[in-house]
Design a protein around this ligand. Structure first.
Ligand code: FE2
Length: 266
């Protein structure tokens, strides 16, 4: 506590809570103490934070719809068990965060929120940027994604060149991670291929257009350790219509699916 003479202008903003000491000097709390007093006065019981809770979005197609590129068994396990686990653990972490006693306990939860929140975002995007191999969405990128196609030609020269570059990046991911085709902010509407580690999502102003999961759980049941074969097959089930939508409408549009499966737990 800081004692100052009554004539001092120090702590003028806290004058309302000042009191007189036995020596006649005015006792003015420092800013930190003042803030606590104000907080206690205005919020005798700290307001309870609303807890965001997420649910698992259903697949936009049947479990066997991506065969032969990705088997029904992989899709069922990947979606129902792996993605569900990220959602479950994210919800637990968010509830713990809201109920944490102090900022240090909240900070301790951030890695868990990052990992499971990223897992939820990445898989929700992944399911929707895949489509059955016989569909128009997957078979004809030039027709399904005209604006994206122009950007692909400007950046890579052709879709074949994009696929070669993207495949090399995916095969180069060490351990578990993701590869992404993103729309860049600078230059506006440009394209870039990036990879992210573990479940790190694409953050900032870049827009993830196509994500490919190269965790072993995404292909091991079918391809064992032959990741290149899985990557070759993935290109037959890319939903170019979804990629075009993301390219045209930007970052807000990609979170519609997540927002539709989010609610505040009262
Ligand atoms: Fe996955």
């Amino acid at each position: 506590m800081t004692d100052v003479a009554a004539s001092s202008t120090a702590g003028a903003g806290a004058g309302a809570s000042a009191s007189a000491s036995a020596s006649g000097t005015q006792v003015v709390p420092n800013d930190f103490q003042t803030n606590i007093q104000y907080a206690e006065m205005e919020y005798p019981n700290p307001p309870k934070m609303a807890v965001q809770q997420y649910s698992l979005p259903p697949l936009p197609y049947a479990y066997n719809a991506l065969e032969p590129a990705i088997s029904e068994a992989i899709m069922a396990l990947h979606h129902d068990s792996h993605h569900q686990a990220y959602v479950t653990n994210l919800n637990k972490a968010l509830a713990s965060y809201a109920g944490a006693a102090n900022i240090a306990d909240q900070i301790a939860l951030l890695p868990c929120i990052r990992f499971n929140g990223g897992g939820h975002i990445n898989h929700a995007l992944f399911w929707r940027n895949l489509a059955p191999p016989s569909s128009e969405d997957a078979q004809n990128p030039e027709a399904s994604a005209p604006n994206l196609a122009a950007a692909v030609r400007a950046t890579f020269g052709s879709f074949d060149a994009l696929i070669d570059r993207f495949s090399a990046a995916l095969n180069g991911v060490q351990g578990s991670g993701w590869g992404w085709l993103v729309r860049t902010a600078v230059p506006q509407g440009g394209l870039r291929i990036i990879t992210t580690k573990d479940q790190d999502p694409v953050v900032g102003e870049e827009v993830p257009l196509i994500g490919v999961d190269v965790w072993e759980h995404a292909y091991y049941l079918q391809y064992m350790n032959a990741r290149p074969q899985y990557i070759d097959a993935v290109w037959t089930v890319i939903n170019w219509t979804e990629a075009e939508m993301r390219y045209n409408h930007g970052r807000d549009s990609i979170f519609d699916e997540l927002l539709a499966h989010m609610e505040a737990d009262p």
